[in-house]
Design a protein around this ligand. Structure first.
Ligand code: NAD
Length: 355
C-alpha cells in the first residue's frame, strides 16, 4: 500500500512485512530479538511468522502485559536478558505489541550499549496511529507517566491491519481516542468522517490518515519544542486521570479512555480560554460520551490530580501548560490555565453524568 517517510525512518503500510526481511538482510545484524508481551506473543507472533514465511531467526523476549509493567524494573530484566543472549551493538530489536511494548522496547534498545537498532510492529490501534510513530520512547516512574525516555527513531514502522483482528473492542476504542484527537487538532473534515464511521469496522484509510497527521506534526517539530505540543491535547488532564486510576481504581482505565476524559475537560478549557464555540464544545462532549463508558472523577482525587499535572513534561517555570483548541481542526499550545479552571473542567466532566 502506502509508505511515509519520517526522517531516516520509513512507515510501511500493509506490506505483509516484506521490507522487514530486506532490512534484516541489508543490516547484517548479528542477532535479532523479538520483544513481545504474553498476549502479543500468543496472538500476534503466529501472524508475524506467517507473514515472514515461518521466519524463526530470532530470540523471543517476553514480558508481562500492561502499563503497570512499563517501568525500570522490567527494563533491567530485559537489559539482563540481552546480556545473557550476548546481544552486541549490531543486534536488532523488533517490538511486536501495543504502546507499552513499543515505548519500553524502544527505550531499552535506545539505551542498551548506548543504542541498538529497533523496529516497531504496532499491534494495537493506539500504537499504530500514535505510540509507534514519532520517536518517543519511555517508561513510567513513581506513577508518573513517561517520566524517563529518549527521542530515538525506529529504523522502520510496519502497520498491518491484520494484527487488529484479535484486539478487544475496548482496546480498539482506546486507540480510537487518538484518532479522534488527530481530527480535533488538525482536520475538521476528518473529524466529521469519524463521526459517521464505526470504530469496530475501521477502514485502513482512516488509520493511514491518522498516521499522516501525526507524522506531519512530528516531522515539523521532532523534539517537541513547539508545534508537536498540540498532540498533547487531552493528555495533560488525561495522563493525570490515567495515572491516578492505575493506582486507585479496581479496573484501571485504558490510555484512550483516560484521554477521552481529558479531551472533554480540555475542550471545556478551550472554550474558556481559546474561543472554542459553545456548539463545538457540546459536539465534542456528546460525540465522545456516546462512545466511551460513563466515569466519575472522584472529587476527593482532584488535589492529587493537580499534583500529577504539575509533573507534566510540558510545564515551564512551574506553570501547567495546555494545548487547547480554538476551533475543531486547529489547536494552540503553551496555554496558561488557572488551577481553579482546571478544577472546574473536572466538575464539568462529572456534570455530564449527573442526573
Ligand atoms: P498496551 O501495549 O498495554 O496494549 C493494550 C493491551 O492489548 C495489552 O494487554 C496487550 O497485551 C494487548 N494487545 C496488544 N496487541 C494485541 C493484539 N493484536 N491482539 C490482542 N491483544 C493485544 O497499550 P496501548 O494501548 O497499545 O498503548 C498504551 C501505551 O502507549 C501507554 O503506555 C502510552 O503512554 C503509550 N503511548 C506512547 C506514545 C508515544 O508517542 N510514544 C503515544 C501514545 C501512547
Amino acid at each position: 500500500m502506502a509508505s511515509l517517510e519520517s526522517f531516516e525512518s520509513t512507515i510501511h503500510f500493509e506490506t505483509r512485512l516484506a521490507p522487514l526481511m530486506e532490512l534484516i538482510e541489508k543490516g547484517k545484524y548479528s542477532k535479532v530479538f523479538v520483544f513481545a508481551d504474553s498476549n502479543t506473543s500468543e496472538k500476534c507472533l503466529p501472524v508475524f511468522r506467517e507473514m515472514l514465511d515461518d521466519f524463526n531467526g530470532f530470540d523471543l523476549i517476553e514480558t508481562d502485559p500492561g502499563e503497570e509493567n512499563k517501568n525500570i524494573d522490567f527494563c533491567i530484566g530485559i537489559w539482563k536478558t540481552l546480556l545473557d543472549f550476548e546481544a552486541d551493538r549490531k543486534s536488532l530489536m523488533i517490538n511486536l505489541g501495543g504502546g507499552v511494548i513499543t515505548d519500553m522496547g524502544g527505550f531499552v534498545a535506545s539505551t542498551y550499549k548506548r543504542g541498538i537498532d529497533f523496529v516497531n510492529i504496532p499491534t494495537t490501534l493506539l500504537s499504530q496511529v500514535d505510540a509507534s510513530v514519532g520517536g518517543k520512547t519511555g517508561i513510567d516512574v513513581d506513577n508518573v507517566k513517561n517520566m524517563v525516555g529518549t527521542f530515538t527513531l525506529p529504523k522502520a514502522v510496519f502497520i498491518e491491519h491484520e494484527f487488529l483482528n484479535t484486539l478487544s473492542e475496548r482496546e480498539l476504542l482506546s486507540g480510537f481516542a487518538e484518532v479522534i484527537k488527530h481530527g480535533l487538532i488538525a482536520d475538521k473534515d476528518y473529524y466529521e468522517t469519524l463521526k459517521n464511521s464505526d470504530f469496530k469496522q475501521l477502514d485502513p484509510a482512516i488509520v493511514l490518515h491518522s498516521v499522516e497527521i501525526k507524522n506531519q506534526v512530528v516531522t515539523e517539530d521532532p523534539k517537541e519544542q513547539n508545534l508537536r505540543k498540540i498532540l498533547n491535547f487531552g493528555h495533560t488532564i488525561g495522563h493525570a486521570v490515567e495515572s491516578y486510576a492505575l493506582n486507585h481504581d479496581q479496573k484501571p482505565l485504558t490510555h484512550g479512555e483516560a484521554i477521552a476524559i481529558g479531551m472533554i475537560c480540555e475542550a471545556f478549557l478551550s472554550q474558556r480560554y481559546n474561543h472554542l464555540e459553545e456548539a463545538e464544545l457540546k459536539d465534542i462532549t456528546s460525540y465522545i460520551t456516546s462512545l466511551y463508558p460513563e466515569y466519575t472523577i472522584a472529587p476527593d482525587s482532584f488535589e492529587a490530580l493537580l499534583k500529577l499535572m504539575q509533573s507534566d513534561k510540558k510545564n515551564e517555570h512551574g506553570q501547567i501548560l495546555f494545548s487547547l483548541l480554538d476551533h475543531i481542526g486547529h489547536c494552540e499550545y503553551n496555554c496558561r490555565v488557572t488551577e481553579k479552571d482546571i478544577l472546574e473542567s473536572l466538575v464539568y466532566y462529572n456534570s455530564i453524568y449527573a442526573v
